[in-house]
Design a protein around this ligand. Structure first.
Ligand code: GLY
Length: 372
């Protein structure tokens, strides 16, 4: 299968490549040298986790060393709990102990947790060193590895400390997706569905037609979906890299309820993508109430989610708790909850939703679930 190369060009930033395809991991080191990210003999720190290390660390290191780079590695425990300041501190100390200077490169080998914490550590060590993202989950390939958001969690909430720091290269080696379990796979499908609805009729109807291939992980369609998501995200980020022009916020479609579901049900009970799919279903109902979206649009999008195996979640919580939890989100402005609402494919708006309407919509939503 051929490799797809997408160039991410953000104003005032260095452009970078995302390369997508089978086996691009084998060319990781060569690409880093060819693209001038490091010179021969340059130093690299690979940051990975305890799930990914046994699977792909040796391959990544072999490629880097084969290209004439000097490589060290750090493995942190797998899981969201590692995305914290104490682990970031351990990595900073280890980097200093290894004698890494400002000219070193961090390679983030793993899913979203690794991408976020490695990106954060790289963007702050010695006031910032370069980072290359090597995503190993479908979710991180289609979303978090591109666009430069980094972060760690505080006890007070997820991603409350972080930076915007674009990677120097994103190496999306689709062959590594073969080891993902069903749950991780569905997690990525949720974000792909979100991107398709936001992007265009072309992507949306392609995904609808390709949904069974996506569920069956057919290589060609999977690589195509990753490419389409990366092109979409690169366009959004190029227009609003720091989420300050009201454009990048579209990527939060489905995320307001999703974050509440993940927190209230206990992180890990549902995958992020499953929670996003549920959040999209709710945001569509809210769109009917607030911006006159037609029920037929909701049905079409929910049909896509069903066809990807992202069925409504068996989940409920007291409405007060859900609203309080949503209000703890860092995207709240002046105490007001804002939702990304949609009335058609590629037609979205950011809408401030008054508490009463939100509560009524949540009641209607849970009633609808009981009846279903
Ligand atoms: N994952 C949402 C964003 O990158 O803005």
């Amino acid at each position: 299968m051929s490799t797809t190369r997408i160039v991410v060009q953000i104003p005032d930033e260095e452009r970078y490549d995302v390369r997508i395809g089978d086996g691009v991991l084998e060319r990781l080191g060569a690409t880093i040298v060819e693209e001038g990210i490091l010179k021969l003999g340059g130093r690299v720190l690979v940051i990975t986790d305890s799930n990914v290390a046994p699977l792909y660390l040796a391959r990544a290191k072999a490629s880097l060393k084969g290209a004439g780079l000097i490589v060290d590695d750090i493995t942190i425990p797998a899981g969201e709990a590692s995305k914290c300041l104490s682990i970031a501190g351990e990595i900073w100390e280890a980097m200093a102990a290894l004698g890494l200077g400002r000219d070193c490169l961090v390679v983030a080998l793993g899913g979203g947790v690794i991408g976020d914490i490695a990106g954060f550590v790289a963007s702050t060590y010695m006031r910032g060193v370069s980072v290359v993202q090597v995503p190993t989950t479908l979710l991180s390939m289609v979303d978090s590895s591109v666009g430069g958001k980094t972060g760690v969690n505080l006890i007070a909430g997820k991603n409350l400390v972080g930076t915007f720091c674009q990677p120097s290269y994103v190496c999306a080696s689709t062959d590594v997706l073969s080891t993902l379990d069903e749950r991780e796979w569905r997690c990525g499908l949720g974000e792909i569905a979100k991107s398709a609805v936001l992007d265009s009729d072309e992507f949306f109807f392609w995904l609808l037609d390709s949904s069974s291939c996506m569920v069956e992980r057919k290589q060609e369609q999977v690589a195509e979906a990753v490419s389409r998501c990366v092109v979409f995200k690169a366009n959004v980020v190029a227009q609003d890299a720091t989420e300050s022009h009201g454009i990048r916020e579209c990527l939060n479609f489905g995320h307001t309820l999703a974050h509440a579901i993940e927190k209230l049900s206990g992180y890990g009970t549902f995958s992020h993508g499953e929670a996003v799919a549920e959040g999209m279903r709710f945001a569509l109902l809210l769109s009917e109430r607030m911006i006159g979206a037609e029920a037929a649009f909701t049905e079409t999008v929910c049909g896509l989610l069903d066809s990807l195996g992202l069925f409504p979640l068996d989940w409920n919580a007291p409405i007060d708790e859900i609203v309080d939890c949503m209000k703890g989100d860092k995207k709240v402005r002046a105490g007001a909850l804002r939702f990304v609402l949609m009335d058609d494919v590629a037609s979205w708006q950011l809408v401030q939703v008054p508490d009463e309407i939100l509560r009524e919509a949540l009641e209607e939503y849970f009633e609808g679930k009981k009846e279903a």
